[in-house]
Design a protein around this ligand. Structure first.
Ligand code: G3D
Ligand code: MG
Length: 180
């Protein structure tokens, strides 16, 4: 009797980008989704999620990517934003140390609203601004460890460095988890 062989499976994951204003959340999202930097749509207006289809090995996954606008942090939409999220990129700006410090609050919000099992990756963005860099790698690594993030990655939405890698890493892990 012929048995149908399972060759691929598909998954849908809600992924959040959180962090202070102007760290590059929208830029990273657009770079990943459209491959572009500095588009006309940089302003985060609402909460319309972006959708991206990814193929990793034999698996396919659709990411529903939610990029929050800073000012929405305290309003009623927050519940909707966090609800059902499976993973989050906690983003800070490598040229502004206070944006890393502030991730403590964002992390607290995340856990409170999305649960403690949400997968986290710490992202230090604007890696291209080498001369302005003011966050030592060890500080970021220490924070990643403290919040139990799966990784710390330095990115540039401008050059594209490590942008795909960040989303791929998180998706690979999400698929792994979903299969368990
Ligand atoms: P946000 O969504 O987190 O608020 P944005 O941040 O994506 O709107 O980005 C804020 C500003 O930082 C934008 O500049 C954007 O172009 C810039 N930016 C984002 N990522 C990078 C990066 O990796 N490198 C550099 N050099 N700049 C980046 P403007 O001037 O449009 O306000
Ligand atoms: Mg934005």
């Amino acid at each position: 009797m012929a048995e149908k062989k399972r060759t691929e499976s598909s998954f849908i994951f809600k992924v959040l980008l959180i962090g202070e204003a102007a760290v590059g959340k929208t830029s990273l999202t657009l770079k990943f989704v459209h491959g572009k930097f500095k588009s006309d749509y940089l302003l985060t207006v609402g909460m319309e999620p972006y959708s991206k289809y990814l193929k990793i090995g034999k698996d396919v996954a659709t990411l529903s990517i939610w990029d929050i606008a800073g000012q929405q942090r305290f309003d009623v939409f927050r519940t909707m934003f966090f609800k059902g999220a499976k993973a989050a990129l906690l983003v800070f700006d490598l040229t502004r140390p206070q944006t890393l410090n502030k991730l403590d609050d964002w992390h607290e919000d995340l856990i409170k609203n999305a649960g403690k099992d949400v997968l986290k990756i710490l992202v230090g963005n604007k890696n291209d601004l080498v001369d302005l860099r003011s966050v030592p790698k060890k500080d970021a690594v220490a924070f990643a460890k403290k919040i139990n993030a799966m990784a710390y990655i330095e990115t540039s939405a401008k050059t594209g460095e490590n942008v795909n890698e960040s989303f791929h890493q998180i998706t690979t892990k999400l698929i792994e988890r979903a299969k368990k």
